[in-house]
Design a protein around this ligand. Structure first.
Ligand SMILES: Cc1cc2nc3c(=O)[nH]c(=O)nc-3n(C[C@H](O)[C@H](O)[C@H](O)COP(=O)(O)O)c2cc1C
Ligand SMILES: C=C(O[C@@H]1CC(C(=O)O)=C[C@@H](OP(=O)(O)O)[C@H]1O)C(=O)O
Length: 379
């Protein structure tokens, strides 16, 4: 089983991910992972921390001469801003962060909670997802995340332009292909920051090249839609997840929701095996299984919790009413969320791929993938 867990504090020495069950024989290009880490640091509205860090992955175990061995892979991203031992506690818990609840649950300092709750941890989730994408690439599967709404402004120019957007996003502050709208969004972030407030938004991820039959209908905890929703919802500050039409499906009659099934013998070699769908309202998943169509997932990110103009809070020592503590913080991190959600989605797809086609070696996986495609065409 392909899986991972992470360790590390925001201002601790290092961040780690331990990836287990990654097949042997995959070429590991750390440059590709580093490019994702750079995107995660980007976006307009980030705070001072991103000027300190230059995140790079180090692979500590599980590869030999640049090829995976099938043994556990330990990934590390070192914190340049290591200062945990010198930091004080935060006396006034911030609404929207884990400060109050964590301090009470663990009967300890707020610092002990916020250091681990912090989205700094997503560096190594992105690294693990970047590793997963190297496996997906071998099967022609690509994932791409982008910002579709920010601070209530819908970003219009994306439909049909994903390729262009993909090329541009190295600059990482690109929200819209329309320069006027991009400028408008930057202004909105500036004005919001100046007023001591923060912004959220919506990100969308599209996964192309997914074969039929990843996930299963047969057991609740193996349904891929459920697993994807969990992975996405578990990203810091994500408060809603939709697959395909999502909540909009509840507002329409069935005839305008379900995707008709057609057949096109010319395209038997495609992941959809020639079973085309004129619409993809299901977002590539039916009954917890992939249906050969692109996977479409949206995630709603709430505004950053730490406010320069703080909301009411209580001093935990004196129990007096005071404004919440303020620490250096982002004003907006929606663009970072796009690559984070992309990579956690990619990891789940890779997990399901390993489950269906075997996880010992890439060679065996490819042979089984080809055999399945052939058998499925003959079905
Ligand atoms: C990329 C990213 C950057 C974030 N930056 C900050 C930040 O600078 N300050 C802050 O208070 N919250 C920030 N957050 C959100 C908090 O980590 C998050 O709200 C908190 O851990 C509570 O978890 P919850 O919102 O999932 O309930 C960020 C989230 C993401 C995804
Ligand atoms: C460090 C990152 O994000 C951090 C996420 C975060 C939070 O509370 O989630 C709080 C801030 O931490 P700091 O006080 O060190 O600036 C962000 O910068 C990062 O994304 O690399």
């Amino acid at each position: 089983m392909l899986r991972y867990s992470t360790a590390g504090e925001s201002h601790g020495k290092t961040l780690l991910a331990l990836v287990d069950g990654f097949p042997a024989g995959v070429e590991i290009e750390t440059d590709a992972i580093d490019a994702d880490l750079k995107l995660r640091q980007g976006g307009y509205g980030r705070g001072g921390r991103q000027r300190i860090e230059t995140d790079k992955v180090e692979i500590l175990t599980g590869i030999w001469k640049g090829i995976s061995l099938g043994s556990p892979i330990a990934l590390q991203v070192i914190n340049k801003d290591y200062k945990l031992e010198r930091l004080e506690d935060l006396p006034r818990p911030r609404p929207g962060h884990g400060d109050l609840t964590g301090a009470i649950k663990f009967l300890g300092p707020v610092r002990g909670i916020l250091e681990r709750a912090s989205a700094r941890e997503t560096t190594v989730r992105v690294a693990a997802g970047g590793l997963a994408k190297l496996l997906l690439k071998q099967f022609g599967i690509t994932a791409f995340g982008y910002v579709s709404e920010l601070g209530g402004v819908k970003i219009n120019s994306q439909e049909g332009n994903l390729e262009q957007l993909h090329k541009l996003r190295g600059d990482s502050i690109i929200y819209s292909l329309n320069p006027d709208q991009d400028a408008e969004i930057k202004q909105l972030i500036d004005a919001t920051g100046k007023s001591g407030d923060t912004l959220g938004g919506i990100v969308e991820v599209r996964v192309d090249g997914v074969p039929f039959g990843l996930g299963t209908h047969a057991q609740w905890d193996r349904k891929l839609d459920g697993r994807l929703a969990q992975a996405v919802m578990a990203v810091q500050a994500i408060k809603g997840v939709e697959i395909g039409l999502g909540f909009e499906a509840a507002r329409r009659p069935g005839s305008q929701v379900h995707d008709p099934i057609h057949f096109d013998p010319e395209h038997r070699d495609q992941p959809h095996l020639g079973y085309t769908r004129p619409t993809n309202n299901a977002g590539g998943l039916e009954a917890g299984m992939t249906n050969g169509q692109p996977i479409i997932i949206r995630a709603a990110k709430k505004p950053i919790s730490t406010l320069a103009k703080p909301l009411d809070s209580i001093n935990l020592d004196t129990k007096e009413k005071q404004g919440a503590s303020y620490e250096r913080s982002d004003v907006c991190a929606v663009s970072a969320a796009a690559i984070i959600v992309e990579n956690v989605v990619a990891f789940e797809i890779a997990t399901a791929l390993v489950e269906k086609f075997g996880g010992d070696s890439l060679q065996e996986m490819k042979a089984r993938y080809d055999l399945f495609q052939q058998m499925a065409r003959e079905r």
